[in-house]
Design a binder for this molecule. Structure first.
Ligand code: A2P
Length: 344
């Protein structure tokens, strides 16, 4: 059986990647709808190698015509449209932060908590809405899950180095144009970022909260607790860097049980969604440039933290548009299909 699928935000950085990923992974599609704002109605977007779709305006679309909708059109649009789509019997997989912390909306990373997906259905107390986590959280919990199961992760300290594509296509254009402009002495005028992003690093993603953390940092803590275990303590520091695609994270964990470097390396090597590339030599680690276009969460630089009793440090890199957004959404759609779930 095939599904009638809608991609909401099909002209954006993540929406395009969703279409590409659905095609690449041969998701069973009977009919594909590409939706965006009325500004983009009539434009064309690719679906796989051969198919071209004409964009329909979201406000003209009847969600009775779709079984599954993958949303990546921002929180405000999701808040307004997703509940309506769910009520029409369409299962929504939303990439924004609008519903992530709602109790009646499961927040899913398939390698970690696939079984929570059933609770999205209205018959099971849900709203036909499933949330996709923040890009930095998604790759982190894929790495933490096997470590937590084997050693009991007690505390995590994480510093992120995040690509501009996490802020959407206009942000990617800003990095490109600003970089080019600096060579010809054009004045720098930040638009999507608070400061110059070219040749810089900005320790500020999303808004500031009262306690001095940013919302991005808070999301990493709150979402990890919801997806993996509320008992895990996590403190994050998030930085935007001038990389187009691929988020990197320096991760420091403390566990209940002792770990060895080789034990951690073997465990992660065998765990779903993870590729370990860890040689203590030139090029023996992965950078965001190599992770772009790949599905895996790459782990490198595994080493013991000598400053605490049971501590380990590692470097975690993944394509933020894929595992952090489009791929994870498509994997959730695959879960829905495997389990034969329907919003109707
Ligand atoms: P559009 O291109 O028509 O503005 P990105 O995060 O890369 O900026 O992409 C955002 C996506 O969400 C785009 O496809 C954009 O469409 C879509 N979008 C933004 N606002 C709306 C809206 N109010 N209704 C429908 N789609 C929207």
């Amino acid at each position: 059986m095939g599904y009638r699928v809608a991609v909401v935000g099909a002209t954006g950085a993540v929406g395009r990647e969703m279409l590409q990923t659905l095609a690449e992974r041969n998701f069973p599609v009977d009919k594909m709808h590409a939706l965006a704002s009325s500004r983009s109605a009539g434009r064309e977007v690719s679906f796989g190698e051969d198919e071209v779709l004409t964009v329909t305006a979201l406000d003209k679309f009847d969600f009775g015509e779709a079984d599954i909708a993958l949303f990546s059109a921002g929180g405000a649009t999701a808040k307004e449209v997703a509940p309506r789509a769910g009520e029409a019997g369409c299962l929504v997989i939303d990439n924004s932060s609008a519903f992530r912390m709602d109790e009646d909306v499961p927040l899913i990373v398939p390698e970690v908590n696939a079984d929570s997906v059933d609770s999205a259905l209205r018959g099971n107390g849900g709203r036909n809405i499933i949330a996709n986590p923040n890009c930095s959280t998604a790759q982190l919990v894929v790495a933490l899950k096997p470590l937590h199961e084997s050693f009991g992760v007690r505390r995590v300290v994480v510093s992120t180095y995040q690509a501009v594509s996490g802020a959407g296509k206009p942000a990617m254009d800003e990095l490109f144009n600003q970089t080019r402009g600096i060579y010809v002495n054009d004045p720098v005028r930040p638009e999507n970022f608070t400061k110059q992003i070219a040749f810089n690093a900005i320790p500020h993603i999303d808004v500031f909260l009262d306690d001095g953390f940013t919302k991005e940092e808070w999301k990493m803590t709150a979402e990890t607790k919801k997806i993996l275990d509320p008992a895990i303590e996590l403190v994050a520091h998030c930085v935007r860097i001038p990389v187009f695609i691929g988020h990197s994270e320096a991760v420091f964990i403390e566990t209940d049980k002792p770990m060895t470097e080789s034990g951690v390396r073997e465990l992660l090597r065998e765990s779903p969604g993870i590729s370990v590339i860890d040689h203590r030599a030139d090029e023996g680690y992965v950078t965001p440039h190599e992770a772009a276009g790949e599905d895996a969460v790459f782990i490198s630089r595994i080493r013991k933290d000598p400053t605490v009793e049971n501590g380990m440090v590692f470097w975690c890199v993944s394509d933020n548009l894929r595992k952090g957004a489009a791929l994870n959404s498509v994997q959730i759609a695959e879960l829905v299909a495997e389990r034969g779930l329907s919003g109707r």
